[in-house]
Write a protein that binds this ligand. Structure first.
Ligand SMILES: Nc1ncnc2c1ncn2[C@@H]1O[C@H](COP(=O)(O)OP(=O)(O)O)[C@@H](O)[C@H]1O
Ligand SMILES: [Mg+2]
Length: 318
């Protein structure tokens, strides 16, 4: 609580240099990488993220600055960025959500982002490493707490089997992933689209990196389809194809990453928070809210999820 007050004082003191009439600072979210605030001034609302220096907030600032410099108007405008007291403080324009939802505009915006080339050797092949790495995550989980519960053991073995098949498929189709150069991908997908007046804003760039756009699309489709009936996948692809060539390879990889997400949801929905604490330092951290979200997206009857997984594996194999 004391820390909260300290942070609000820091924000208030720093932001008075940039903005007039600040009268309320509300914390709306806290996570291991940042705290999120709504700041009310006499004439507008500001959106502010605070986190450790050189961490997620700094990364988000750099990505947003890059995207705006490339002429993208569908990402929030940066109003200020400060490094103070060991913290990074990013303020962007607050985007007001309206009922307006334009899937064509959304596709156009993603195509603009995915058109941005970059070569970053440090994160080559990112989504694939994530998927193949799940085999290790699974065997760690099996070791920690799978043993006593025969039902869990059976389910975990099934997941292990699916992951093995995914690795075999990847090796067989490796040329489909040999995509150069890599593109900028958003990588979060949950609550990142804000439909507003005449624009479909893309927010929350702290996980952005260079990787395979197919992974971005697979995750976006899962999340948007869940969120709104207004999302139309075919319409999206049709519009996206005007900016980025859509070929069989891209469609195959979208399905591959969709399957990877399904397997990941099952894997992480199994883990109890306590057992997942040891993964806190990994980029695969899964928050409780995300686990609850996974449980909601998954079929309650666990066997149905596996039926879907095997069906997708079969289709991808042909
Ligand atoms: N500029 C913005 N204006 C309005 N709402 C935003 C803005 N950026 C993010 N949000 C919303 O605020 C919530 C938290 O922000 P988010 O960027 O997702 O934080 P985190 O980095 O913790 O994931 C999300 O629901 C997101 O949609
Ligand atoms: Mg977020």
């Amino acid at each position: 609580m004391i820390l909260d007050v300290d942070e609000k004082i820091l924000i208030s003191k720093e932001l008075r240099k940039y903005f007039r009439g600040i009268h309320e600072i509300h914390k709306i979210k806290e996570s291991s990488w940042s705290s999120v605030y709504h700041i009310l001034t006499t004439n507008r609302i500001l959106f502010c993220k605070v986190g450790p220096l050189a961490g997620a907030v700094t990364h988000e600032y750099q990505i947003l600055a890059f995207l705006r410099a490339q002429g993208l108007r569908c990402v929030p405008e940066i109003l200020s960025y400060s490094e103070i007291g060991g913290k990074a403080l990013l303020v962007t324009r607050f985007i007001k959500e309206t009922g307006y939802y334009n899937v064509r505009k959304l596709a156009e915006n993603f195509a603009k982002v995915h058109a941005l080339k970059h070569k970053d050797e440090t994160c080559k092949n990112f989504p694939i490493e994530f998927i193949l790495g799940m085999e290790n995550e699974l065997s760690d989980l099996q070791y920690i707490w799978g043993k006593e519960n025969p039902k869990r053991v059976r389910l975990m073995n099934k997941l292990g089997d699916a992951l093995k098949q995914m690795r075999v498929l990847y090796k067989k189709r490796k040329q489909l992933f040999a995509q150069e150069p890599l593109r900028l991908i958003q990588m979060d997908a949950q609550d990142v689209v804000i439909p507003s007046v005449n624009e479909m804003y893309l927010v929350d760039w702290h996980l952005a990196r260079y990787g395979d756009p197919a992974c971005d699309l697979a995750r976006l489709f899962i999340y948007e389809q869940d969120k709104t009936k207004k999302f139309d996948r075919d319409e999206f692809i049709k519009m996206y194809a005007r900016g980025i060539p859509v070929n069989d390879s891209l469609l195959w990889r979208i399905n591959y990453f969709h399957l990877g997400s399904l397997v990941a949801m099952l894997l992480y929905s199994f883990g109890d928070s306590v057992n997942l604490v040891r993964y806190k330092s990994s980029p695969l951290v899964v928050q409780q809210s995300e686990k609850d979200f996974f449980r909601r997206l998954l079929d309650k009857k666990i066997e149905n999820n596996f039926d879907q997984i095997y069906l997708m594996l079969e289709r991808l194999g042909h």
